[in-house]
Design a protein around this ligand. Structure first.
Ligand SMILES: [Zn+2]
Length: 337
């Protein structure tokens, strides 16, 4: 059988750009791959043909030789130097022929069939790792900042135990898998949550992706973490923020109070003359960053509480306090825009 022109095989013009050649090849490879056409000899032959054509046309040097000498330029043993073709003969010539059965190069077919034929690839392609899979879990605030474990259930497909993967029970469709040949199975797994895990973090769980083929290991599972917000503590980076109510006397006279942190209660001093909304910092009482190993701070904002009950005694005390300001409290405010 006379060899067809490589450009014709891929359905591209002679001057086609490299990207168009790749596109054309991918389109045809998807259509003609043996895994999509099991037992189809014609498709197999065509697949070999496009594979061979692409092997030559994707390679600038081989393509030049082909453009100049036709199929002879890509044949095993062809010496471009002897044929008057400048440049080295590496890549073809004395080395391996440009095409040998199904020979896949990663990057060409690797990524293409990774998504399309991850499950269907045959032993011919050799052992390969299973697909990675992804999921999301929501974890409590406490586990995210201090670390912990999360449990989740993976849904896996396994061969139907009723029909042993045939999809049939005698002459009818298997009632267990409804002809799907596989049934879903839940696999409980535990994930270690490292201390300081942030919202949106991805945790890799090795070996919990899709199973491999032909002796290849399973893929990995990537779990994206969502953190349930805490009703009191708020995390900003490695710092934790919280609001602490204090009395008028504590603010005015100063006090020692207990401040809740994610590590428990900490005693802290409120200096005399503390103003409402003033912020204080407790060093090292925040979140330990899993990357840097550094621990953030606990920052608390005080909120001065005024007694709700208004009494004559309270009014006397307030009036007395009012006389003690050294300047009007609103003197620094703008008068408008
Ligand atoms: Zn079944």
């Amino acid at each position: 059988m006379k060899k067809r022109d490589y450009y014709e095989v891929l359905g591209v013009a002679r001057g086609a750009a490299e990207t168009d050649i790749k596109k054309a090849y991918r389109r045809l490879a998807r259509k003609l791959h043996p895994d999509v056409n099991p037992g189809d000899k014609n498709a197999q032959k065509k697949f070999q043909e496009i594979q061979e054509a692409y092997d030559v046309l994707k390679d600038a040097e081989k393509r030049r030789a082909y453009d100049r000498f036709g199929h002879a330029g890509t044949a095993a043993g062809f010496d471009p130097a002897a044929a008057g073709f400048g440049g080295s003969s590496s890549g073809f010539g004395a080395g391996a022929p440009p095409f040998e059965g199904f020979h896949f190069e990663s990057g060409d077919l690797g990524d293409l069939f990774g998504d399309l034929f991850g499950r269907a690839r045959s032993a011919r392609a050799g052992p390969h790792k299973g697909e990675d899979s992804a999921g999301t879990i929501e974890i409590p605030f406490r586990d995210a900042v201090l670390g912990g474990t999360a449990s989740l259930s993976l849904r896996r497909e396994k061969e139907c135990p009723q029909c042993h993967g045939t999809g049939r029970a005698g002459r009818v469709v298997c009632p267990t898998c409804h002809g799907q040949r596989v049934v879903a199975e839940a696999e409980p797994i535990k994930i270690r949550i490292p201390e300081g895990t942030e919202e949106g973090a991805r945790i890799r769980v090795p070996g919990k992706g899709a199973p491999g083929e032909g002796g290849g290991g399973p893929g990995d599972l990537y779990v994206t973490v969502r953190v349930t917000p805490h009703p009191y503590f708020e995390r900003r980076g490695d710092d934790i923020h919280g609001v602490v109510p204090i009395t008028v006397k504590e603010a005015y006279a100063g006090a020692e109070i207990e401040v809740p942190t994610i590590h428990g209660l900490r005693r802290a001093k409120i200096p005399p003359g503390t103003q409402g909304r003033q912020k204080f910092r407790l060093r090292g009482q925040g979140v330990k960053n899993p990357r840097t190993g550094q621990t953030g701070d606990h920052i608390y904002t005080v909120r001065v509480m005024v007694p709700r009950a208004v009494t004559p005694a309270g009014l006397d005390a307030a009036t007395l306090l009012d006389s003690l300001y050294d300047a009007p409290v609103r003197k620094d405010l703008p008068r408008g825009l």
